[in-house]
Design a protein around this ligand. Structure first.
Ligand SMILES: NC(=O)c1ccc[n+]([C@@H]2O[C@H](COP(=O)([O-])OP(=O)(O)OC[C@H]3O[C@@H](n4cnc5c(N)ncnc54)[C@H](OP(=O)(O)O)[C@@H]3O)[C@@H](O)[C@H]2O)c1
Length: 247
């Protein structure tokens, strides 16, 4: 899909990958509903994004999330693209894990993206098609990473919903793609729900490649919208991970 003159909803657009995506889509001629928790932060960002519409919502709350999508639809009169990007990390050993925090992470990283797919699909179907991008994580290919069980489980779950949705919706010309970012220099590590585990961003000290800038992931998301690939990585070398997939 060419994004020019299209309407996109991007969640988690107040920083990092979501913000870079909202900027890139706007540069390419789309209009973007930008979503995060702080109306003030979004209003400031919206000033530099012509045609954008700032909607504050706590996406841990499913009904708030569904209302947000309908507000975007009422505002623009159509939606062509949904980017399910908002997400958060929780670092804890299994021993110390708090189940209330597992629930919180799953609400944001899994349940709401699924609810937003449900909310947008009838709109896209009525319009003859559209694109949905779900942001998973490269960590799903490292499922034994200590301290990351909740996060990785949530990102494996959303990848599964995304891959199944792609099969179910292709008959309606609704193309669902899954993006697996590499380590990306954003607020993600700082904003980790932390139960005492080390949450410093890995720096790529020669043993692993250096973190990406969020603009690199935004380009990958744009490629997904334009080309409709099933699974996308910011780097060619990451594709090899698919051959080692355990789900
Ligand atoms: N950075 C990485 O290394 C990395 C790697 C793989 C995958 N990812 C994934 O990439 C996505 C974007 O993360 P990022 O790296 O760009 O991190 P980020 O800079 O922390 O951005 C997260 C975004 O989500 C929003 N958000 C958080 N909680 C929310 C809530 N309850 N309701 C609504 N919005 C909420 C944040 O805005 P507010 O807090 O203002 O609401 C922010 O806009 C996430 O799904 C993450 O899991 C990141």
């Amino acid at each position: 899909m060419n994004v020019k003159a299209k309407i996109a909803v991007v969640t988690g657009a107040s920083s990092g990958i979501g913000l870079a995506t909202a900027k890139l889509l706007t540069q390419k001629g789309a209009k973007v509903a930008i979503v995060a928790q702080s109306q003030g932060a979004l209003d400031t960002i919206a000033k530099d994004l012509p045609g954008s519409f700032a909607i504050a919502a706590d996406l841990r709350n499913e009904s708030e999330a569904r209302k947000m999508l309908q507000r975007a639809y009422e505002h623009y009169g159509r939606i062509d693209i949904l980017v399910n990007n908002a997400g958060r990390n929780y670092a804890s050993s299994i021993e110390e894990i708090e189940t209330t925090k597992i629930r919180e992470i799953f609400e944001l990283n899994v349940l709401t993206p699924v609810a937003l797919m449900q909310e947008v699909v009838p709109i896209l179907r009525k319009q003859g098609g559209g694109a949905i991008i779900n942001i998973s994580s490269g960590t799903v290919f490292m499922p034994t990473y200590p301290g990351m069980s909740t996060y990785i489980a949530s990102k494996r779950a959303i990848a599964t919903f995304s891959l199944v949705a792609r099969e179910e919706l292709k008959k309606d010309n609704i193309i669902v793609s899954t993006v697996y970012p590499y380590i990306t220099a954003t607020n993600f590590y700082k904003d980790t729900l932390n139960a005492g585990a080390n949450t410093q961003m890995p720096t790529g000290d020669g043993k692993i490649p250096a973190p990406d800038q969020p603009e690199v992931v935004a380009e990958t998301i744009l490629r997904g919208i334009e080309n409709g690939e099933a699974e996308l990585f910011p780097h060619e070398w990451m594709k090899e991970w698919l051959t080692k997939r355990t789900v």
